[in-house]
Ligand binder design. Structure first.
Ligand code: FES
Length: 169
């Protein structure tokens, strides 16, 4: 029996011990926004937030997440359907090619912005991580991607306020 919270709602499920978190999400809870690409912890398509940090849900057992607070891509938007700023930025930039890995990239970007929400740090992180990845998958003008994600960062409340760093002086 695993008990945890998923997208703010308590979940209790009787699953075999070898059930992966991604299987719990997709097959038991029907949250199919979390995708399985490589199934070997490499591609990141299965990324979700666990207690405010990004994890690959294909690489962890559901039972290991006992008591955890999980957020999937379905849990980012507001109840009225308003997209999370990172989702909005991806949508505006058409930040995808086939789109299969996009949920994982959105979750990874939310994690990135939660860790480095201010100033130069975000710019540097985007330069070395998301920006390159986004450029590679979409060939969209990099400056526009960076500007949009920086704008998203400014409006992006960290999932876990304890992870936020103070702005640089
Ligand atoms: Fe590729 Fe999990 S499915 S990292």
């Amino acid at each position: 029996q695993v008990e945890l919270k998923v997208n703010g709602k308590p979940v209790s499920a009787d699953v075999p011990p070898n059930t992966l978190l991604v299987q719990l999400l997709r097959e038991h809870l029907r949250l199919t926004g979390t995708h399985v690409g490589c199934d070997t912890a490499q591609c990141g398509a299965c990324t979700v937030m666990a207690d405010g940090r990004a994890i690959k849900s294909c690489n962890v057992l559901a039972l290991q997440m006992q008591g955890a607070d999980i957020t999937t891509v379905e849990g980012l938007a507001q109840a009225d359907g308003t997209l999370h700023p990172v989702q909005a930025a991806f949508k505006e930039c058409h930040g995808l090619q086939c789109g299969f890995c996009t949920p994982g990239m959105v979750m990874s970007t939310v994690d990135l912005l939660a860790q480095v929400p201010y100033g130069e740090a975000i710019s540097e992180q985007l330069r070395t991580n998301s920006r390159k990845a986004l450029k590679a998958i979409n060939r969209f003008p990099v400056c526009e991607i960076e500007d949009l994600l920086a704008g998203a960062a400014a409006n992006n409340p960290p999932l876990d306020p304890a992870l936020a760093r103070p702005p640089a002086a």
